[in-house]
Design a protein around this ligand. Structure first.
Ligand SMILES: [Zn+2]
Length: 338
């Protein structure tokens, strides 16, 4: 492992873009599937082969198939706890877990099964020093009425939820479809995020900002196709959660070396690095290391990304200050040893 990789592993960081369903490993999909009498794959080897996808459509199909093994509270607790443990071991101190609730409710699961299972994992994480909260994502290919009804039914679980977002299929499903949903969520005091400009056009990023008034854009990798929009995001200091390995593996960014993250930093945007779907594309630290090595990021660029991860989280201002101070202490300690 290089010095930079060791340095990245040692840094306290926040993870803001990771999907629960993207944490289901090939081993879990087989073990949990067998336990529940739902066996989408015959073996771990077959699951691993099926996880090898190269387009968003193929990925979404596999993501749905893997999600179908989750039936009981225990299953949700197990998958979330396993990733919380891995993330904590890699220095993650705060994690905002995304959840595609419709991937479960449309299969007939009760909302409580999902949230009670995740609450158990969140208590487990808290005992390990990892703070967590949930972001409920609504699928862009489904309609707004369904999303509004689901949002209204989340009241009993409000304390676990920090924000809502939109994700899944982008082309043909623009953010403007969800303007009322986001207005409603804003009135409830929830944070707002949106997957935009991943596969879909840069206009989606503009709609997410202007119509949905999001706090963060998830991905946003296509922003430079519209230079005026990129300048605007730079002036606004827009937060972007980039996920370099999924963006490259699903073919929306040509290579890690050509990832726009450095440009985003230079232009005043506030990107940070995340795993997206760690069972497919590697953990948060693996994403940082791959990006840093292939894009030849400097230590100070890596540190700015890590600082952004706390500063653009939904933590309170005092918690953000505390984590940034912890990060500074760590950097000072590294400098003393150098
Ligand atoms: Zn995502």
């Amino acid at each position: 492992m290089t010095d930079l990789a060791a340095f990245i592993r040692s840094l306290p960081k926040a993870e803001l873009h990771v999907h629960l369903e993207g944490c289901i490993t090939p081993e879990q999909v087989v073990a949990i599937g067998r336990r529940n009498g739902v066996a989408p794959f015959e073996s771990v080897q077959a699951a691993r082969a099926a996880y090898d996808v190269s387009t968003l459509d193929d990925f979404l199909a596999m993501f749905a198939k893997a999600s179908e093994v989750l039936l009981h509270e225990d299953d949700f607790a197990e998958v979330a706890s396993a990733y919380f443990d891995l993330a904590a071991a890699e220095g993650v101190r705060h994690l905002e877990l995304m959840l595609d609730l419709q991937a479960h409710t449309t299969r007939g699961l009760a909302i409580g099964t999902v949230f009670d299972g995740l609450a158990r994992a969140q208590r487990h994480a808290s005992r390990n020093g990892l703070s967590t909260s949930l972001i409920v994502n609504f699928m862009r290919e489904r309609d707004e009425e369904e999303a509004l009804a689901l949002l209204a039914s989340l009241a009993p679980y409000r304390s676990q939820i920090v924000a809502i977002g939109i994700d899944s299929a982008e082309n043909g499903h623009p953010p403007r479809k969800f303007t009322r949903l986001f207005q409603e969520a804003r009135m409830m005091g929830l944070g707002l995020v949106a997957h935009a400009g991943f596969e879909g056009p840069p206009e989606d990023i503009e709609e997410a900002i202007d119509l949905l008034q999001v706090d963060r854009v998830d991905h946003g990798n296509r922003v430079y196709e519209r230079p005026a929009l990129a300048r605007r995001l730079g002036h606004m200091g827009t937060a972007l959660t980039v996920c370099p390995c999924s963006e490259v593996e699903l073919g929306v960014v040509a290579s890690l070396a050509e990832h726009p993250v450095r440009r985003m930093l230079m232009d005043g945007m506030r990107p940070s690095v995340h795993s997206d779907d760690p069972a497919w594309f590697g953990s948060i630290t693996e994403n940082y290391i791959a990006l840093a090595q292939e894009s030849a990021l400097t230590r100070s660029e890596v540190l700015q990304l890590v600082r952004n991860s706390f500063a653009t989280s939904f933590l309170t201002a005092s918690s953000i200050s505390r984590y940034l101070a912890e990060l500074d202490e760590k950097i000072d300690a590294c400098a003393d040893r150098a």
